[in-house]
Design a protein around this ligand. Sequence first.
Ligand code: OGA
Ligand code: MN
Length: 213
Amino acid sequence: MLPRFNALQVQTISDAIEQQGYIVLPSFLSEHSVQALVSRITSFKKEAFKKAAIGRGFLQQQNSAVRSDEIHWLEQENQTDHDFLMLMENLRQQINQQLFLGLFDYECHYAVYEPGNFYKKHLDALKGQSNRVLSTVLYLNDDWSAADGGELILYAEDGTTKLQTVLPAKGTLVIFLSEQFPHEVLAAKKIRYSIAGWFRVNASDSRKVDTLE
Ligand code: OGA
Ligand code: MN
């Protein structure tokens, strides 16, 4: 059984989102909670993944110059995925109570970056053009050191001032406002596992762009 977010965790996240728009939480999930997700992502066969695309609906395109990771959306039918989705559902409800963001749902996918893969600087949502409000990334890698590369770099709104460099170490959770923070994934020297997700509001036009180069 995965833990729920406790009141202190929710308060910490809500305060940070309100005051600075993002938060990096090292060792946020316990070893036990993360382990099931690690087992799952490492058990997928190559065919279970697809090349990640940019944008949604009729605007969707694959652009391997921008990103070269491979993804697998979480499935409610799988117990491990279900537990994680329930945990994030719990966070969604508690954040809504604190921040009145009107978050409507959450979608997320496993992502595998083979050595050398990357995701160039991008925004997860363009102002007024996407229903993605809050981005999350959870990392699933054992023993990650700076020499392994694969860092997430979070930039200020100007797109050049570096705010944070995050090692994709197991259990670290990053949360940031999707429209506000350009970010990129540097190429890693070894395989890099994560779960990227988005809390969304209920937009009526689902054809709008969700991610941009
Ligand atoms: C994304 C993304 C960051 C990461 O999937 O949109 O920016 O560190 N991922 O994996
Ligand atoms: Mn992103």
